[in-house]
Design a protein around this ligand. Sequence first.
Ligand code: M6P
Ligand code: ZN
Length: 194
Amino acid sequence: MSKGPKPFQVDLDPKTGIPCRYKDKQVRRLSDLRGFFSDNDFVEGLLGRGKNPIIYEVYEIPQIPSEGLFSLACTVLHPGKVGREYYFTKGHFHAKEPTSEVYVGLKGNGIILLQTRDGRVAPLPLKAGGVVYIPPRWAHRSINTGKGKMVFLAIYPSDAGHDYESIKRSGFARLLVERGSKPRLIKNPVGKGK
Ligand code: M6P
Ligand code: ZN
């Protein structure tokens, strides 16, 4: 029998939601999301003026990719907009398709936008104390519609992998934009889907 990981316990900082011990930290700035927001000119304008804000951070407690293991990740999605679009994560399908994921809301509030390859869409709210279940074959993107940071814990198979290319190519079928100071889900004029 292989040994596998040891049992462990970790506290989430009550103020920030970030695990007190994590292994990897990724910081995604606007320049890392080139080609993901709908208003490209706005993105290039900001970058051209030397503005490259942090959009989100991911604090990971990963396991080696192997069936039966879970990785944990805490995402801190900053508040803000690119043009009319709220800040979001890149969004991804799982490279290993029959794998699901669970998000547990810790701070703030926003929307988890889900979409299948055949264009079905499901926008689900996530706030502190809420849980979102992401079934296999649904791409998922987190969108912060609040005024503060949106923080959530993700639990997913360690061998799920990230397919970002499909999202970069086709986008999501919906955009979450601010209209009259409220979030509105609108059809993405260039996105593929229903
Ligand atoms: C969650 C999980 C991670 C993911 C992160 C950021 O924590 O789903 O697997 O990496 O959100 O999302 P993305 O990878 O789409 O930028
Ligand atoms: Zn995922």
